[in-house]
Design a protein around this ligand. Structure first.
Ligand code: ZN
Ligand code: ZN
Length: 271
């Protein structure tokens, strides 16, 4: 049985990804309205009913917009840390059935092992995730102002990584956005630029990494082809030709990625 991963959408107007294993069905963030999430899931032949859980990275609207609609009717547990729960409940004026983790902890949801780790971002207690499945490891590293050693270590073994390429620094500086917002985005607790992401990808590069998704692109301060070129150029420069770079879209789901289960005895010969 393979593991399926679909980035349902990514960007400052909404982030949501779907992962399905033999035993477990998860959303990673729920930044689209419940209706929109349902539509996007339906487009890949899935539905939100029976989800094992929704993992929440942090309380910004583009990550939790659909939580009320999805959880209130369907009783889907929300996995988050205490500060994120408090911030979400205050913001959305709603109580959730949460499975609280402490940032840095590892826990299991069915056959998926979830590593959590802190990322530097302007939210209460923002985290990244590394999901370990029988068919491979999937890292989520978006919404961070700079790539800390800790975060890079946590996703170093990923076979699939969703990495933030939020903005092109020059486009951000030349944009009409207020100075304070530019400072926030480019700051140590804001978002990764294309160049930052290229450095992060280089830093963690391994034979194990196969798919690199470029996520959370700014509409005004980035262009998909630019982000793709910056990352692709860096990968070519360091000889990482085994990695497929995939763009994510705000408007529509990416093609579903199927990770095939690799028997333990043959894992080394494939590297
Ligand atoms: Zn955020
Ligand atoms: Zn975000």
């Amino acid at each position: 049985m393979s593991v399926e991963i679909t980035i349902l959408g990514s960007g400052s107007a909404g982030n949501c990804a779907y992962l399905e294993t033999t035993e477990t069905r998860l959303l990673i963030d729920a930044g689209f309205s419940a209706r929109q999430t349902r539509q996007r899931l339906a487009s890949i032949g899935k539905g939100p009913e029976g989800l094992s859980g929704i993992l929440v990275t942090h309380e910004h609207t583009d990550h939790i917009n659909g939580l009320v609609g999805l959880c209130s009717k369907l009783n889907i547990p929300v996995y988050c840390n205490r500060d994120t729960k408090d911030a979400m409940e205050y913001q959305l004026d709603c109580k959730f059935e949460c499975r609280i983790f402490i940032t840095g902890e590892t826990f299991e949801i069915g056959d998926v092992i979830v590593d959590t780790f802190s990322v530097p971002h302007d939210a209460s207690d923002p985290v990244g995730f590394m999901l370990r499945t029988t068919a491979g490891k999937v890292g989520f590293l978006t919404d961070l102002g700079h790539a800390t050693k800790l975060a890079l270590e946590r996703v170093r073994a990923a076979n699939v990584l969703v990495l933030e390429t939020n903005h092109d620094l020059k486009m951000l500086q030349e944009s009409s956005r207020p100075w304070s917002l530019k400072q926030r985005i480019a700051g140590r607790h804001g978002h990764l630029s294309n160049a930052d992401a290229a450095d992060a990808a280089q830093e963690i590069m391994s034979a194990d990494l196969r798919h690199l998704y470029l996520g959370h692109l700014s509409r005004e301060c980035n262009r998909p082809e630019l982000a793709h070129r910056v990352i692709q150029d860096r990968l070519e420069k360091i000889g990482a030709n085994h990695v497929t770079v995939e763009l994510t879209s705000q408007n529509k789901p990416c093609a579903t990625l199927h990770l095939e289960h690799v028997p333990a005895y043959s894992q080394h010969t494939l590297l």
